[in-house]
Every structure is written in C-alpha cells, then in structure tokens.
Design a protein around this ligand. Structure first.
Ligand SMILES: [Zn+2]
Ligand SMILES: [Zn+2]
Length: 353
C-alpha cells in the first residue's frame, strides 16, 4: 500500500517564480471543447488542474482537485465561467490516486451520479487509503522509511481530524468505480479517448489521448518545468517505479500530440522534447547517486539529504525525497549496479556492486 503523496516534488524546479504570477481562480478553454480549471492546493506545487470535456448533453471532469475551502471557491468560479453545473456532470475520470486529484470525487459523484473511471491499481489503492480514513493505516508504512534511515515524523494529514480530512478528501466507494484498462477507449462527451496506462508517478496512473486531433491529457506523467515525483513508498507497490516511469515516458514520447494538458502548470506543445529533458534529469541524478555511493555505502536517507539538501524542510518533503532516492536505488539494484546490505540495527545500506 502506498502512502498518500501530495505533489511535493523535491525534483528540479526550473522557474519557481512563475507560480506567483498565476492568477487564481482560473478557467479557460485550452483545446476545442476542453476547459482547464486551476485550483489552489496546500502543497508546494501550489495549484492543480482539472479539465472539463464539454458537450451539449453533459460534460466530463478529468481529475477532481481537493476540497479545501479556497479550492472549492476556485472550482465554483470555474464552473460558473465555463457555464457548467454539477447536474449535467456525466462522467469523472481520475488519472491517479493522489489527494489533490481525487479530493472532490466522492462528493461530485454523490451529487451528480456521474460514472467514474479509474485504473484498477489506483482504484484499489484509493480504497485502502481514503475510502475509510484510518490515520493508523498511514503510520503502518513508517517502518519502511525508518529502515531506510529516515527519522520518524508526522505526516501532513495526521494533524487533521477524520471529519476535516473527509471534507478535503472524500472518494467514492470502490464498487462505484468503473475500471479503465490500458488501450481501452472511453466515450466522453461525444468524443473517443484512448486510455494510456503510464505507471511510474503512481502505479495505476493513466493518461487520455484524443486521436481525432491529438490532444494529450497527461495528468502528472509529463509536467512542464517540474519533474514529476517518482518514488518507492512501500514494499507492497510495484518494485521498480523509476523503471516503470522511464518505460512509460518512452511509451508516450512518440505520440504526435498537438497539445499536452498537464496536471500542474500550463499546457505545452513539445511532448518529445519535455520527455527528453525529464529522462536527462533522471540520468543526472543516477550518476550523482553512483558518485555518492562510490565514496562509501549509505542509506537512502543519507543520500537524499545530500541530493536534496535545503529543500527538505517538512517531514513530507523528506519522505518524498527518500522515496525518490529509493526509486533510483532500486532501479540501479535491479539493473545490477548496486546492492543492499541489511545491518544489525535494521537499517538498509546501499553499496556499489
Ligand atoms: Zn498532481
Ligand atoms: Zn500526482
């Protein structure tokens, strides 16, 4: 089971200032029949995008933001600007199970009766994490981080009461979700979209592709300016998230996308170029890790401190940095370049082979 990952990406931020200039709330048509709503989120990425696929007889929502008070205000303003109402919401597609993409899904489903599509892996993870909110579930996995050297810290959501948390993140019952598989076509608002399973950022992450005019709804798989967080969060998830992610990048890099609609940040055009940059970033990080391990065997937390340094301000960003470092270490281990040493004190060290 994966712990929830708000989008606190400790990766490369090439232009942090840009965020401060984004006006909120924002809603506008970014491709024929597709509106982008931008909502504020209480995580360092600051905002998340939802997309409305609009037709005369109803509309589809891709991703469901989060239910904080200011996000609700922004969503209501966006709906108003786009001339949409919850009554005519027919379908909700959830790209993955992170809290800032699913938060309003349960409530919107209840109010509209909309069909919900999600990949089976993330639908299942979402059920265990968010359907019934048991804070103790979240802490179960802290053992995983402790053995990789991370001092124990409270996760962000543990400060909220279950009621408060339900207001912010409320998901539909698992039984209400229609599972969407790789390669399947969904008929959404009078158009045909292909589901592309892109594991990496989350195990059950999906993108949507409208072949008619090559519109690519990338969610968090390919983001502009920011490298999506790819982390190993527990022993129960897919074993090689970075390997998955790089494969998933190659899977989409040759799509002739006319526009990429990301889960955070602004739409962009050069999909192949952006994929190339992200792959280069991971290669850079890989050689940094190899150099650090060349000095001496170390645990994932020690490595993360050296790699991410100043940016590890909160428990949450530390956890994500360790998870990201682990995704590299496991990628290298599966590739035969590093190995694990289990120490007497329970800590796991990594060393060059
Ligand atoms: Zn996101
Ligand atoms: Zn995400």
């Amino acid at each position: 089971m994966q712990q929830p990952s708000p989008e606190q990406v400790p990766g490369r931020v090439t232009s942090a200032r840009h965020h401060d200039m984004l006006p909120l709330p924002e809603a506008r048509e970014v491709a024929p029949g597709i509106w982008k709503f931008t909502l504020p989120i209480p995580f360092p990425l600051r905002t998340v995008n939802m997309y409305a696929l609009v037709a005369d007889d109803g509309w589809t929502l891709v991703d469901a933001g989060i239910g904080t008070p200011d996000a609700r205000v922004a969503f209501a303003a966006g709906l108003h600007k786009a001339g949409l109402s919850i009554d005519t919401l027919r379908t909700i597609v959830l790209s993955h199970d992170h809290p800032d993409h699913i938060g309003l899904s349960g409530e919107l489903h209840e109010r509209s009766g909309a069909t919900i599509y999600m990949h089976p892996i993330d639908a299942n993870n979402m059920r265990f994490l968010w359907q019934d909110i048991y804070p103790e579930r979240f802490t179960q996995v802290s053992h995983f981080f402790r053995q990789h050297g991370m001092p124990i810290g409270e996760p962000w959501f543990s400060q909220a009461s279950p009621e408060q948390l339900h207001n912010i993140i409320k998901v539909p019952p698992f039984e209400e979700i229609t599972l969407a598989e790789d390669g399947q076509y969904l008929h959404l608002s009078g158009e045909r979209y292909r589901v592309i399973w892109t594991p990496g950022h989350s195990d059950g992450h999906i993108c949507l592709y409208r072949e008619r005019d090559d519109v690519f709804l990338a969610a968090d798989h390919v983001l502009p300016r920011i490298t999506p967080n790819v982390g190993l969060y527990s022993e129960y998830d897919r074993k090689n998230p970075l390997g998955d992610y790089l494969d998933s990048l190659r899977k989409v890099s040759t799509l002739p996308a006319s526009i990429v609609l990301p889960g955070h940040g602004e739409p962009f055009k050069d999909l192949a170029g952006r994929v190339e940059e992200i792959i280069e970033h991971h290669e850079e990080r890989e050689s940094q890790i190899m150099n650090l391990l060349d000095e001496k065997p170390q645990n994932a937390y020690q490595l993360a401190e050296k790699l991410f340094g100043q940016r590890l301000k909160s428990n949450e960003s530390r956890r994500m940095a360790v998870a990201e470092t682990l995704s590299h270490l496991e990628y290298l281990r599966i590739d035969g370049q590093v190995e694990q040493h289990k120490m007497m004190d329970g800590l796991i060290l990594y060393a060059l082979v």
